[in-house]
Design a protein. Structure first.
Length: 379
């Protein structure tokens, strides 16, 4: 709430007081993903409820145990006419999307995001789309390479790489590439031991379909580390790939798994030739002590968000907006922005009746000079 104080608007609206009423959109549909099935279902749900909406939430069918827990929590916490959990496969999602909603919140892949956006467009329903992309991790020769390796291994192989904001590929200065590869190998061993398959800290791929998709990326590539896989429990080791072609399978789409391609560059043109080949990513990471270099990257390339000298952690700050741009998403949330995402901001001017300035009404002949004086005075 605040009084208008800008020039012409002040003279037009005086005397008045302005308000913003935040009201719920109404019926909200939330479709949650499988990679962080609990967090990415309940976080938007909490915000949608806080904003006063009626919510229908569909958790992922690929994580049935978590989905059952979510359904139980919702059933004992909310009236079914307030919040409803709808379980089922993609056919259920399609039926839900065919209904009319006042707002749709979707987290998932770019391909499904396009389907959601198309369905929403039928009724001009506003959407938030949290998608993904090929997130670059740029490293120059000035960076703290050992610490960079440790933080990249953590951010990339967390949840076996099944994280939408994880580094998708490394783009490193040719001068330090060989040395850095050895640091990465060392940090993988430090984190998961000599055999990550038996590490209690290294998870598995979500299902056979994604396991097959990922193992296909390893074919005909030069492996620097890892590469081992096991179909029995959908295991793929933390894997480093050396200089894959930009037209290779591993570089064509978001990896979303424990595979890390390592490319090199010699100058800014090399960096541009790689990054510009892809759609705007959800995240971008820079490791450098060169402030000019880092600032240039941040300003030159469009991406959802990212870190300087770290990975992934920007997601954890609730004061920062989290969301994509272009192909990596629409809209942003976290913290207060989550409440705002699910709220329509209704602007209201409450006008007083004790004064009615005649200059705004026609006819305008002879009024222009005085009107200019008024605008200048209130400015």
């Amino acid at each position: 709430m605040g009084k208008t104080n800008d020039g012409f608007a002040f003279s037009l609206n005086f005397p008045s007081t302005d308000y913003i009423y935040k009201e719920p959109y109404g019926k909200v549909l939330i479709i949650a993903p499988w990679n962080y099935p609990y967090q990415l279902a309940l976080c938007p749900l909490i915000a949608a409820v806080a904003a006063g909406n009626q919510v229908f939430i569909k958790p992922s069918e690929l994580t049935p145990n978590t989905s059952k827990i979510i359904a139980k929590i919702i059933s004992v916490t909310f009236d079914k006419n307030h919040v409803t959990c709808v379980q089922g496969n993609h056919e259920v999602a399609e039926k839900l999307l065919s209904q009319r909603w006042d707002y749709i919140f979707f987290t998932g892949s770019v391909s499904v995001g396009k389907i959601v956006a198309k369905a929403a467009a039928e009724n001009l329903t506003p959407v938030t789309l949290e998608l993904g992309g090929k997130n670059p991790c740029i490293i120059d020769e000035t960076s703290n390479l050992k610490l960079a390796a440790k933080r990249i291994v953590w951010g990339k192989f967390l949840n076996a790489g099944q994280t939408c904001i994880a580094p998708d590929y490394i783009l490193i200065s040719q001068k330090v590439k060989s040395y850095f590869v050895e640091l990465l190998k060392s940090e993988i061993a430090n984190a998961y031991g000599d055999n990550p398959e038996i590490s209690p800290d290294f998870p598995r791929i979500i299902n056979e379909k994604n396991w097959k998709r990922l193992t296909a990326m390893l074919e005909k590539e030069t492996l620097l580390a890892g590469g081992k896989s096991n179909k029995t429990d959908f295991y793929i080791a933390p894997t480093l790939i050396d200089s894959p072609s930009l037209d290779s399978l591993v570089m064509k789409e978001e990896i979303f798994g424990p595979i890390l391609p390592i490319l090199s560059y010699e100058n800014d043109v090399d960096i541009r030739n790689v990054i510009s080949k892809y759609e705007k990513p959800l995240s971008l990471f820079i490791f450098s002590k060169n402030k000019v270099f880092a600032q240039k990257i941040i300003q030159e390339y469009s991406f959802g968000g990212g870190c300087l000298n770290d990975t992934v952690i920007h997601f954890s700050n609730n004061r920062l907006p989290f969301g994509g741009v272009g192909n990596s998403g629409i809209g942003a949330y976290h913290g207060k922005r989550s409440f705002d995402t699910f709220s329509h901001q209704k602007a209201i001017v409450k006008k007083g009746n004790w004064l009615d300035i005649p200059m705004r009404y026609a006819p305008y002949k002879g009024k222009l000079k005085n009107l200019k004086r008024l605008v200048k005075w209130v400015s």
